[in-house]
Design a protein around this ligand. Sequence first.
Ligand code: MN
Ligand code: MN
Length: 465
Amino acid sequence: MDKEKSKEELLKEKLFYKKKNGFKDSAEGYREAVMSYAEGYKKFLDSAKTEREAVKQGIKMATEAGFTEYKLGDKIVAGGKYYLNNRDKSLYIFVAGTNSLENGIKICAAHIDSPRLDMKQHPLYESENMAYLKTHYYGGIRKYQWVTIPLALHGVVSRADGERIEVVIGEDEGDPVFCITDLLPHLAQEQSQKTLANAFSGEGLNLLIGSEPYGELDEAVKLNMLKILNEKYGITESDFISAELSAVPAIKARDLGLDRSFVAGYGHDDRVCAYPAITAILENKDSKDTIMCVLADKEEIGSEGVSGMQCDLIVDLMEELCKCLGGNFNVVKASSSCLSADVNAGYDPMYPEVFEKRNSSLMNCGVVMSKYTGARGKSSTSDASAEYVGKIRRMFDENGVIWQTAELGKVDIGGGGTVAMYIANHNIDTVDLGVPVLSMHAPMEIIAKNDLYEAHKAFSTFCKN
Ligand code: MN
Ligand code: MN
């Protein structure tokens, strides 16, 4: 008895050791592989700051790997490699396998939208000879983090004449940037007494965009801004109504740390899972089973709408696969499985009070599996079954994936959701798997390169097994 107990103790110690020292005993060449994978990721991050840009990059990567465009209703042949572009906002990359579809489809689903500041429909105004754009924040932001940082403007404008104009200002070295101002400390005594939640208001997040007047007219600065936009993009003030313009941090992804072990950048949530989900499907493009990478929009605001994960498109596509390749639709759904690829809150030693360490994800300790997410009493989670978690866990262990499990913070503190439940609702086994992030939803988030690389390994292993 005693002997067995001590063996179990040893196992526990080993697991704890692994958690504390995730990558100490990694194989030769591992660090090089991690570093080189992160280089590709940083480029992706810089070129995909909005969901539309991420879709574009996803299509580029898929096309280079031999995938071709599929539109609903097109013929799908076994062995074919396709992508479905949903309104330039969400993307489905899939391999139609030669094996029976009733074996199930393996799905990796990440989201490609990130918190940001969207422009309102009537955004442009002038105050005291300065021109501003009014914003409406998108997703869960901490407002104080978005002032006094350089911001770039990204998006599209659907002009009155029907032209669609793409806008990116603030990313090239020579580009101007934009900013939301804040009080100087000398005059901030009253503001400093307010709570963080109350000190900054949504209506106060107005983007400073210029100050030079055009002539002697009324609102000459506003007019000058319109003149510049018209000269560059041919747009007029009313075109803002049919536009999607967002202010995002005008920063590039950078290595962080003397050892370059971290990447600091905007939008790791959830491109740090989207990128590995793409590279995993490309690596398995000759899969005999049908595999799918979903890049969804609108996760940050509840996965609603035509580009969100609650849209029927995923099951419509599965139905089309059944029509073309054969298979009972309901059986195919029931035998399919999914990794909901989303980030987790990395344990931050600066804020130990909000974490329960035993059940938190640690940086550099591998990809994180979350059996359930939700808030407080597991509200709004699909809670993966013990059997499904067991299956994934064995798969990872057999294939050398370094992984850990975690919840998002202490039980009563808060919580969060992912797309997992929306996929599970279709009768598809789903569990959350992703990368731990520090400063999640901040303009500059931090991830560890080791964890990013393990995410790729995890998704690729899932596609293979
Ligand atoms: Mn996310
Ligand atoms: Mn998020």
